[in-house]
Every structure is written in C-alpha cells, then in structure tokens.
Design a binder for this molecule. Structure first.
Ligand code: PLP
Length: 371
C-alpha cells in the first residue's frame, strides 16, 4: 500500500497549531484569564439554566441568537452607556470566531489586513487561513500608534481591514478617541473596516474611552468584545461584535449554520444577569493592577501603562532566565512582546503576592532594572 500523505495546502505544510505549551503551575498568570472561580450563585444559575433547556437540545439553536443579542445590547447600555439595537450586535464562539468571520467576509485573496506591532499574535493566523495578506507597522517606543504614519500607510496600502486593539495585548495600551477618529476617517476614505478589539475594555481606567462612543459617526467601525476576560468565562467561548447593521449583516453571510450552541447562548444570557457580582471582581483586579504597577516601578522595573488585566514589564537582558525562575517557584507568566519584556496577568491578591515574592528572588532582574 502507498503511504498516505494528507494533502494539506502547500502554504500550511510547515505550520504548527497555535499556542504556547499548556504548562501547569500553582499560580497561572499567563493567559489573561480572570483568576476568580465563577461565583457560586452564577455557577448554580448556569447549572439550572442548562438543565432547563436540556430536554430541547434535540432542536437546533436559534441561528440568529436574537434574545442573546438583545440582552447584550442591554448590557452595553449599562456598562458603557451606549444605546445599540440587537441588530447591531453579532455573537460567536469567542471573539476569535468573530475575527475569523470578519476575515472571511472582508479579507481574502488580494486583500490586505493591517495591524500595529506588538499586538495580538492570533491576527496573522486568521489572515493566513483566509489568504489575506497581513501587514504590520511598528508602534512607537511607548507602544502608542504613530497616527500620522498609520494614516499615510492606510492611504497607500489600501487595506480592507485595519486592526486596532484597545487596550492592546500584550502592552495594555489604550488608544485615545482622537487617534481612533483619525484612523477611522482614513479607513472610510478607502472603504476599509476598522476593527477595535476591546477584549479588555471593562478593565479600563477612569477617563479611558470605549470605541462604542464613535459607532454613530462611523459606519466602517466594528468593535469586538468577549466574555473571556472581565466576565471570567473563558471556558464558555462567547465573543461579540458591535457595528452598523450593514457590517453585522455581512458577518451573518459567512457564519457556519447554527454556529452558536443553545447551551452557549443560555449560559451567556445567564452570565449577563449576574454582571453585578462580576463587576465587583473587575474592580478588585483594576485596583490590584494599579498597585502591582506602582510596586514594579518602585522596584526599578519599566512598566507599560495598562488599561487591561495584565502588565508588560522589563527590561531584562535575558527574559527567559527570569521567566524560568518564576516558573520554578510555581508562578507561570508569559514571554511575549518585544525582547526584554515579560507579561504578567493580574491574579487574586494572594497570587499577586506570590508573584512579587518570586520576582524578588529571581536572578537576572538586577542589571537593567538597576536593582
Ligand atoms: C484574549 C483576547 C481575545 C479573546 O478571545 P476569545 O476568543 O473571546 O476568548 C481577543 N482579543 C485579544 C487581543 C485578546 O487578548
């Protein structure tokens, strides 16, 4: 018999599946999850809600997730004081799936998606899978976007998708509205969709704005959000987009039929009803972030200003040494972003204390931090 070689696309032949190895450690501060277990009252409500719909799982889900989208609109009114209709919202299995649909609808062969590095490492994968060309432009020293260059690049390269991430991962940097406006205007000139990935927006500091404020003015704006971070429901896989109805309707064309299970829809609706208790956790995490940031600065480290639930800090001559020492002490963080920097997710107060203690004992932290 002839040996079988899977006929994978030539451009995928040398690729490997995405993701850092899933290492175990007692303190997991590596993937920006919410560190708190799902609150007991929410966990029970989820169990009851799933039990209630279980007998009807012989039926396909609501393809359009009408009720969930309407309830997400109510949540946005409460969280961001922005009024949108359910028809301006789209939901999918994580904002990863939203992004994937976005590339299917607006990317494709011969088209360009543009982003600003360092940024989220998943974007190039969506581009690859959809035969979209991915072009990235460097951020400035402080990780902000060089807006005049970005505007010029948009006019020159004519992307169909421009990706802005605010707060940005892995830097935590939020993009001010005035800068967003300049980029949205440049995008509108050439008919590009400007995506603002707001995965971490609920952690923003007071005074930081959400792109939702610009929805009425820019039909080319699409904002993505998720329940994976502030809601503490990364395991549920629920992300959503907010945009003009025109853009949302385009996403509906490329979605798989029945993409969002009835179980996911019911769990997400239940979580929305419990936003109050989750909001209290978000507020603890914001305080912890600001305290940890000040502490790192006091220790002589450089810390990127963060509106998210993580901090990028450095700079280390050899970050791998520091990362390994923390892991040896039971604290897993992430080697990501530019050379010399490490990213730590904000954990519970106890976990953050373990991180502080471990960092003080780690070799390789002295030279550049001047400790
Ligand atoms: C974590 C993260 C997401 C969330 O993805 P989900 O698929 O919703 O879990 C999206 N964008 C960025 C930049 C992230 O860091």
């Amino acid at each position: 018999m002839t040996a079988f070689v899977p006929p994978i696309r030539a451009d995928l032949a040398l690729e490997v599946p995405y993701g850092a190895p899933q290492v175990f450690a007692p303190v997991l501060l590596n993937v920006n999850e919410n560190p708190f277990d799902v609150p007991a009252e929410l966990a029970q409500a989820i169990g009851a809600a799933v039990a209630a719909i279980a007998p009807n799982l012989n039926r396909y889900p609501d393809r359009e997730a009408i009720k969930l989208r309407a309830e997400l609109a109510v949540y946005l009114e409460c969280e961001s004081e922005i009024t949108v209709t359910g028809n301006q919202i789209w939901a999918a299995n994580g904002s990863n799936e939203i992004m994937h649909q976005l590339f299917l609808a607006f990317g494709g062969p011969g088209r360009i998606a543009m982003s600003f590095d360092p940024t989220y490492s998943m974007y190039p994968e969506y581009a690859r899978d959809t035969f979209t060309e991915y072009r990235t432009f460097p951020r400035l020293e402080d990780f902000s976007i060089d807006v005049p260059s970005a505007v010029a690049a948009i006019a020159r390269e004519k992307p169909t998708i421009v990706l802005l991430t605010s707060p940005n991962n892995p830097t935590g940097t939020a993009l001010p509205l005035t800068q967003m406006i300049a980029i949205l205007e440049a995008g509108l000139e050439i008919n590009a969709v400007v995506v603002v990935d707001e995965a971490y927006i609920e952690f923003r500091r007071s005074g930081t704005s959400t792109a939702l404020e610009l929805l009425g003015k820019f039909p080319n704006l699409l904002v993505t959000r998720t329940m994976s971070k502030a809601f503490g429901l990364a395991g549920v896989r629920l992300g959503y987009a907010i945009a003009s109805e025109q853009l949302i309707d385009a996403l509906r064309i490329v979605r798989l039929p029945y993409h969002l299970s009835t179980v996911t829809q019911v769990v997400a609706k239940t979580a929305l009803k419990h936003w109050g208790v989750l909001q209290a956790e978000v507020s603890i995490l914001r305080t912890e972030r600001d305290e940890l940031s000040s502490w790192l600065i006091e220790q002589g480290f450089t810390v990127a200003q963060s509106d998210a639930n993580f901090l990028l800090f450095g700079k280390f001559a050899d970050r791998a040494v520091v990362w390994q020492s923390l892991l040896d002490q039971g604290v897993l963080i992430r080697q990501t972003g530019p050379q010399g920097w490490l990213r730590v997710t904000i954990g519970t107060p106890q976990e953050n204390d373990r991180f502080r203690a471990a960092l003080l004992l780690a070799p390789g932290t002295e030279q550049e931090a001047g400790r």
